[in-house]
Design a protein around this ligand. Sequence first.
Ligand code: SF4
Length: 452
Amino acid sequence: MAKSSVKAADLDHRRKINFNISKYNAVVPQGKKQFIDVDSVRMKAKNIKWRAIETLDRQLEDFEKHFSQRGGKVIWAETVEDARQAIGNICKKKNCRSVVKSKSMATEEIHLNEFLASEGIESVETDLGEYIQQLDGEPPYHIVTPAMHKSKEDVARLFADKLNTAPGLSPEELTLVAREKLRGKYTAAEVGITGANFILADTGSIALTENEGNARLSCAWPKTHIVLVGIEKVIPSLHDLALFWPLLSTFGTGQQITVYNTIVSGPRQNAETDGPDEMYVILLDNGRTNILQHPKSRESLYCIRCGACLNACPVYKNIGGHSYGTTYSGPIGSVITPHLKEMDEWKHLSYASSLCGNCTEVCAVKINLHELLLDNRHEAVSSGSAGFAERMAWKVWKNASLSRALFNAGNGKLKSFVINKLFKGWSRHRANLDFPAKTFNQQWKEKLAKRQ
Ligand code: SF4
């Protein structure tokens, strides 16, 4: 709450994020033109994800069967601890001193870099945005564009400070510096760690989509490849990628198709010249089955992490990604975090919404995000998570709103006094509410009288 108040008043932050989101807004409509009927495409994607999630157990078992047939190993991780332990054990077995990793929100979820550092293993982010964030000691700000809140001048200053580069380098020069620093890391690392954009049940493969080629290098160079991925990323068939890849790139960045699209179906086979000797896929639950049990919130598991709802959200655009204090920010983060963690501790996120519905409007797979936010609020209240003062305040508000007589009772000054005292949380961060001297009924009657 304190962080969001500070960010909401930070005009420089707002200028940078609005500038970056405006670039996104300019290209997405162009990307959408590749679809004859973009709404049907979204609906079809939603239906495929519905089928995948309704049959999640079978889809995952199919994936395991097919992936194992090509020599891959699947590890089921119920908790953060399970996932960390599995990665730690593999690294130990491989005498691993350094890891190259590509962008993955699942690895953020288990705070993998901190864990590896505690094991004495260097973990290097190879996605440029993540590399910038790692240099700055910050988590990603956005699920698609991790350094979205930084201007090119900020990045040039950061590189000069941390890497001793000349001040004021251009974006092209900065990219070359990062490339230079990273190339050697790929060949030195014993283990490469990636996420997966999709898990393909029918072929037992993972699908990666990226713009820099760093994920491909992270899984091709090191002798061991570990994939950490949430169980909800499964889609039934390789053929579904023909729909999901362009959909994700258009809604994520406005591109018709992302630059590098890779399907990995296991470790290097006998007749193949490159690829890792061993490949592991760790299927992460970490609260996702709580969502699966929930008849309404289950829909949030359809998310393909395109980030469109973050870019469209008026709250996100003001408080930014870090204020949420969670791995997943924006509307989708507010929907899933109370279920992935504790409703009591994270229910406040469901109020980080104006309920304008813009998130639902733009969602690539038509998730009813604003209704799920309302549903979280409902669940928080009915499970007793809402405090006494909050419950009383809303009760008074509801009763007054349903009764014209109560609404008209008292003058504007009295109402302003009562409301501003009752909703202290509101006035702590905003100007007081100021009711007009006359009620709506009085003003209406006077207006009619003047007309006659
Ligand atoms: S909820 Fe929808 S819009 Fe938001 S990241 Fe997921 S797929 Fe994209």
